[in-house]
Design a binder for this molecule. Structure first.
Ligand SMILES: [Zn+2]
Length: 99
Protein backbone atom coordinates (compact mmCIF):
# COMPACT_ATOMS: atom_id res chain seq x y z
CA UNK A 1 0.00 0.00 0.00
CA UNK A 2 2.64 2.48 1.05
CA UNK A 3 4.88 1.64 -1.87
CA UNK A 4 2.07 2.42 -4.25
CA UNK A 5 1.38 5.70 -2.49
CA UNK A 6 5.03 6.70 -2.80
CA UNK A 7 5.09 5.88 -6.48
CA UNK A 8 2.02 7.97 -7.15
CA UNK A 9 3.60 10.89 -5.35
CA UNK A 10 6.92 10.74 -7.14
CA UNK A 11 5.26 10.39 -10.53
CA UNK A 12 2.98 13.29 -9.69
CA UNK A 13 6.02 15.41 -8.86
CA UNK A 14 7.78 14.41 -12.06
CA UNK A 15 4.70 15.08 -14.16
CA UNK A 16 4.32 18.47 -12.54
CA UNK A 17 7.99 19.21 -13.23
CA UNK A 18 7.56 18.21 -16.89
CA UNK A 19 4.48 20.40 -17.31
CA UNK A 20 6.28 23.36 -15.76
CA UNK A 21 9.30 23.00 -18.00
CA UNK A 22 7.23 22.46 -21.14
CA UNK A 23 5.33 25.64 -20.27
CA UNK A 24 8.70 27.38 -19.99
CA UNK A 25 9.31 26.39 -23.58
CA UNK A 26 11.66 23.44 -23.13
CA UNK A 27 11.52 20.85 -25.85
CA UNK A 28 11.15 17.13 -25.25
CA UNK A 29 14.73 16.72 -26.46
CA UNK A 30 15.99 19.06 -23.73
CA UNK A 31 14.03 17.23 -21.05
CA UNK A 32 15.01 13.78 -22.23
CA UNK A 33 17.58 12.12 -20.00
CA UNK A 34 16.65 14.15 -16.93
CA UNK A 35 17.04 12.05 -13.83
CA UNK A 36 14.77 12.38 -10.83
CA UNK A 37 15.61 11.04 -7.42
CA UNK A 38 12.86 10.69 -4.87
CA UNK A 39 14.00 9.00 -1.71
CA UNK A 40 15.45 5.73 -2.91
CA UNK A 41 13.65 5.81 -6.23
CA UNK A 42 15.28 6.94 -9.44
CA UNK A 43 13.56 7.85 -12.67
CA UNK A 44 14.71 9.11 -16.02
CA UNK A 45 12.79 10.74 -18.83
CA UNK A 46 13.08 8.81 -22.05
CA UNK A 47 11.50 9.26 -25.42
CA UNK A 48 9.33 6.45 -26.69
CA UNK A 49 9.39 5.41 -30.32
CA UNK A 50 6.30 7.58 -30.77
CA UNK A 51 8.33 10.57 -29.62
CA UNK A 52 6.50 11.07 -26.35
CA UNK A 53 8.35 11.38 -23.05
CA UNK A 54 7.90 8.53 -20.66
CA UNK A 55 9.01 8.17 -17.08
CA UNK A 56 11.24 5.16 -16.66
CA UNK A 57 11.75 3.80 -13.18
CA UNK A 58 15.13 2.40 -12.27
CA UNK A 59 15.46 -0.31 -9.69
CA UNK A 60 17.96 0.90 -7.16
CA UNK A 61 18.07 -0.06 -3.54
CA UNK A 62 19.81 3.03 -2.24
CA UNK A 63 20.34 6.50 -3.58
CA UNK A 64 22.77 8.98 -2.15
CA UNK A 65 22.85 12.47 -3.61
CA UNK A 66 25.94 14.53 -3.00
CA UNK A 67 25.48 18.22 -3.49
CA UNK A 68 28.34 20.50 -4.39
CA UNK A 69 28.60 23.57 -2.27
CA UNK A 70 27.69 25.94 -5.07
CA UNK A 71 24.50 23.96 -5.66
CA UNK A 72 23.58 23.83 -2.03
CA UNK A 73 21.84 27.16 -1.91
CA UNK A 74 18.40 26.44 -3.33
CA UNK A 75 17.16 29.80 -2.15
CA UNK A 76 13.83 29.80 -3.91
CA UNK A 77 13.46 26.16 -4.74
CA UNK A 78 10.58 24.00 -3.62
CA UNK A 79 12.09 21.33 -1.40
CA UNK A 80 9.49 18.79 -2.42
CA UNK A 81 9.58 18.97 -6.20
CA UNK A 82 12.60 21.13 -7.01
CA UNK A 83 10.85 23.81 -9.06
CA UNK A 84 12.45 27.23 -9.03
CA UNK A 85 10.55 30.33 -8.05
CA UNK A 86 11.31 34.00 -7.99
CA UNK A 87 10.49 34.30 -4.33
CA UNK A 88 11.00 32.15 -1.27
CA UNK A 89 7.31 32.52 -0.39
CA UNK A 90 6.20 31.00 -3.69
CA UNK A 91 8.69 28.19 -3.24
CA UNK A 92 7.44 27.14 0.17
CA UNK A 93 3.84 27.37 -0.98
CA UNK A 94 4.45 25.21 -4.07
CA UNK A 95 3.81 21.75 -2.69
CA UNK A 96 2.25 22.83 0.56
CA UNK A 97 -1.40 21.98 0.82
CA UNK A 98 -3.19 25.28 0.86
CA UNK A 99 -6.57 24.70 2.42
ZN1 LIG B 1 6.79 21.95 -5.31
Amino acid sequence: MQVQQTQTTSRDLIERWIVQHVLEGRSDEELEGTMFVYGNEAYTLEQTSQGALSIKEHSVSKVIVFRKKEEADPANMCRACGLDYSSFKEAIECCADVD
